[in-house]
Design a protein around this ligand. Structure first.
Ligand code: SF4
Length: 83
């Protein structure tokens, strides 16, 4: 199993045959997001500008609550002493 490259290729120069042979596509060099973030059907994985992502998470927390009041917490941690 290969390690996650964050879809950013490796130390070789961007978009070169050497990079492609080792790491496949370099999505970030192509101006794209990591494929897992793009394909995440629940939008749990986000990628991009940190300030925008922070705003999205802040909005989610404000809407859903946090800690033991967080949406889905009791389902995920029903045996937890804090759940
Ligand atoms: S798709 Fe996601 S997990 Fe896979 S290499 Fe890209 S960033 Fe890493």
């Amino acid at each position: 199993m290969d390690k996650c490259t964050y879809c950013a290729g490796g130390p070789e120069a961007d978009s070169t045959p050497a990079e492609y042979a080792k790491y496949g596509a370099n999505r970030l060099a192509e101006g794209k997001l990591p494929i897992c973030a793009e394909m995440c059907s629940t939008k749990s994985l986000l990628a991009g500008d940190g300030a925008i992502i922070a705003e999205i998470y802040k909005e989610r927390v404000m809407k859903r609550g946090y800690g033991s009041g967080m949406w889905g917490w009791k389902t995920a941690y029903s045996d937890s002493p804090t759940g």
